[in-house]
Write a protein that binds this ligand. Structure first.
Ligand code: SF4
Length: 348
């Protein structure tokens, strides 16, 4: 049986990961949210720090959002942290702090989709819900030679049905862990280790030279370009920041005063802009240093960032009411996106 072969492979090859040593649905949930869009090696440190600070769901529910974002700083996709915090409060209020034990209830929580609900249901409660993530799509499409694009409704239904059938009577907890690990370590996107694969004899993609083209996707993601000009307003012991508001990337995190454009801007255009005048009160600011553009890649957009260092008088206060100054030694109290965090590290 296919699932026995994968489970057998898993028992010999699985990594020793901290979230695999628990059945606590709260801890499994934290790990699964962190592992979305984040490499395992990176997630381990964040996971350990997070559960040390918030060892239980009620600790997380009682925390301030800013502190949760602070701990998430550098991981990216910050809506994950905001949703975790929101959902923890929901469980605290609606389930008396006890994590719900059914797929139907789990999937109602904010930030939890079909994959995460299946993962928590099976890993914590051993419920028979087959997981379907990028690893599972890849393994199944190669093994069975399925060319239906995985990003279509019909493709998702087809693969979910196949994943459920493959799970069959195996232990949901072990089988789900096993097929994810198999995709992550053995049947990798590039250069899968076919020569040492226990499924080689039954693999359609291997027999038909289709490994490179499976799984298939129907569309290419079109990346949007955004141009960020950060005004690093500083005097020796302080610098200016503002909170990002609105429904956009990095919501509720902090940044330097920002002028954004859909196209590249020259310095004359920046200085003439309404936002520049608003931030700098029409004063004759001198740009002391200007970084080369840095391209910061996100899943659907490329941020072209440039940092302009502008020394200001220590009595300066911006007429933009969102801007405020913090002391250099207080910078760790504020959650910053990776782009700003990297800039601050370079300054340190
Ligand atoms: S033979 Fe290669 S492509 Fe097929 S399942 Fe094994 S590792 Fe993946």
């Amino acid at each position: 049986m296919l699932n026995n072969q994968i489970i057998n492979w898993y028992s010999k090859n699985k990594r020793d990961l901290p979230w695999r040593k628990t059945k606590d649905p709260y801890l499994i949930w934290i790990s699964e949210i962190m592992l979305q869009q984040t490499r395992v090696a990176t997630a381990i440190d964040y996971y350990n720090r997070f559960i040390e600070r918030f060892p239980t769901l009620s600790c997380l529910a009682k925390a301030k959002e800013q502190e949760v974002l602070n701990l998430w700083q550098g991981l990216g996709y910050y809506s994950r942290a905001r949703n975790l915090h929101y959902a923890a409060k929901t469980v605290q209020q609606e389930y008396d702090g006890v994590f719900p034990a059914t797929y139907k209830e789990i999937i109602q929580l904010k930030g939890i989709g079909t994959y995460t609900a299946a993962a928590i249901s099976s890993f914590a409660f051993n419920l028979p819900h087959a997981v379907l993530d990028g690893n599972v799509f890849r393994v199944l499409s190669r093994l069975f030679g399925i060319e239906t694009p995985i990003d279509t409704t019909i493709g998702k239904k087809l693969f979910q049905k196949l994943a459920n059938e493959t799970l069959a009577d195996a232990s949901p907890e072990i089988y789900n862990q096993a097929i994810i690990e198999f995709g992550a370590l053995q049947c990798t996107p590039k250069s899968p280790d076919c020569e040492n694969c226990p499924l080689l004899a039954n693999c359609y993609a291997y027999s038909n030279q289709m490994i490179e083209i499976l799984p298939k996707k129907s569309k290419q993601i079109r990346l949007k370009d955004r141009y960020f000009y950060y005004l690093f307003l500083y005097c020796p012991d302080r610098f200016a920041i503002e909170k990002r508001e609105g429904k956009d990337i990095w919501q509720n995190m902090y940044q330097y005063p920002l002028i954004e454009s859909a196209t590249p801007l020259k310095n004359e255009q920046l200085i003439e802009s309404r936002k520049w005048k608003n931030y700098l009160n029409d004063c004759n600011a001198v740009i002391k240093f200007q970084s080369k553009p840095i391209i910061h890649k996100l899943s659907h957009q490329n941020i072209h960032a440039c940092f302009l260092h502008i020394e200001i008088n220590k009595n300066f206060s911006s007429k933009n009411k969102n801007v405020f100054f913090i002391k250099n030694e207080d910078m760790d109290k504020y959650p910053f996106p990776k782009l700003i965090e990297n800039h601050l590290s370079r300054l340190k």
